[in-house]
Design a protein around this ligand. Structure first.
Ligand code: KG4
Ligand code: ZN
Length: 365
């Protein structure tokens, strides 16, 4: 039986600098011993989006202090951990370099193995840390850079069933907010405005609804929002609320259709599945209540468990990176050499090709 293992995790792929200490106990249970995150939101919000150079510099300035803080909160010294895990991609290359080089330096100094972790794998395996979910399950990742439905079959064994052919879902929220004059990041602002709006006032398109493929598309929706705003100009607060509510409704309907098909496919492929299958959600858009109630409803309809890890573990964090390293280490999978390079693009499912028009913001995950 595997002994208890403890890893220091580092995450720097986008605009959060994070470090965490996570233990995997001998019985397989995960425990987050410490988890610190520094968001760079204030640095970027004036620009209405993440500025890569500013992000990289902010990681350099904060990371060593955060690593010290994570170790101190855990009551550990660097020599006490069994390994170091650092995000090696996908993401903004400057930030990845900072995190991975720091991870390499710490691994070298402490003579510990280094795990170069795929950020998406961190999101994919989080539900095993928080809820001990067993394989296989489906994961919906909805963030500012990704919209993917992934079959998680095992550690290192992923099949991408669907992805966006244009904008990511979070990006659609951010762009909608921007064109309505709402603050960045747009998701929370759109959700707040939608609360007092009439969701039936505008009839927005529901891209790819009814199609058998499991992909997503949101750029047409964004265009429709712009046209509605132009046609209504000058927009009042009530117009904005109505547009936001109608936009969220279109998204809820679209996601219901797409994800329902995904659950059906899972049920067909795993018809002998023992127990209740699960859908996991990850990424910043998982905070959206309209999306959550859609997912809760469709999981109930299809006999799936719906699992949403706590918000701070749905968004970018280092605990998920440490956990991904722990999963590999516990299975006896090899660590990475200190010559490993960061990868700004690194699909979870290496066999899944890039879709036309997708990944414009592949830097964000
Ligand atoms: O995972 P995340 O924190 O960062 C990365 O993309 O890496 O996701 C951020 C995205 C942003 O696009 C933001 O607008 C969106 O998540 N978001 C939301 C909500 N909260 C955050 N979208 C819709 N509703 C929300 N409540
Ligand atoms: Zn992420």
């Amino acid at each position: 039986m595997t002994l208890s293992l403890t890893i220091l995790g580092i995450e720097t792929s986008c605009d959060e600098t994070a470090a965490a200490i996570v233990t995997r106990h001998a019985d397989g249970r995960g425990e987050i011993v410490s988890d610190v995150v520094l968001s760079q939101l204030d640095e970027h919000s004036v620009y209405g989006g993440v500025v890569p150079e500013i992000a990289a510099r902010a990681h350099v300035e904060a990371l060593d202090t955060l690593v010290e803080e994570a170790l101190a909160k855990a009551g550990l010294r660097l020599g006490d951990v069994d390994a170091i895990a650092a995000t090696a991609g996908p993401g903004l290359i400057g930030g990845l370099l900072v995190g991975l080089m720091t991870g390499k330096a710490l691994a070298r100094v402490a003579k510990k193995p280094l795990y170069a972790v795929n950020h998406l794998e961190g999101h994919a395996l989080t539900a095993r840390l928080t809820d001990g979910v067993s394989f296989p399950y489906l994961m919906l990742l909805v963030s500012g850079g990704h919209t993917q439905l992934v079959l998680v079959k095992g550690v290192g064994d992923y099949q991408r069933w669907g992805t966006t052919i244009d904008d990511a879902l979070g990006e659609a929220f951010d762009k909608t907010a921007k064109l309505l004059g709402l603050p960045y990041p747009g998701g929370p602002a759109v959700e707040k405005a939608a609360a007092t709006g009439d969701e039936r006032r505008f009839s927005f398109p529901r891209p790819l609804v009814g199609e058998k493929r499991l992909d997503f598309s949101f750029s047409g929706l964004k265009t429709a929002v712009r046209q509605a705003a132009e046609a209504t100009a000058p927009v009042s607060d009530q117009d904005i609320a109505d547009i936001c509510a109608s936009f969220q409704r279109a998204i809820a309907r679209t996601m219901d259709d797409r994800i329902s098909r995904g659950l059906e496919r899972f049920s067909e492929e795993f018809h002998d599945f023992d127990g209740t299958p699960a859908l996991i959600v990850a990424g910043g858009v998982a905070a959206n209540q309209a999306l959550r109630s859609t997912l809760t409803g469709l999981c109930a309809r299809h006999g799936f468990r719906f699992i949403a890890p706590p918000h701070h573990l749905c968004t970018d964090n280092a605990a998920m990176i440490a956990w991904a390293g722990l999963e590999r280490m516990a299975l006896g999978l090899p660590a990475d050499g200190l010559d490993v390079s960061p990868r700004s693009r690194w699909p979870l499912d290496e066999k899944a090709g890039a879709l036309l028009g997708s990944g414009k913001r592949g830097a964000k995950a």
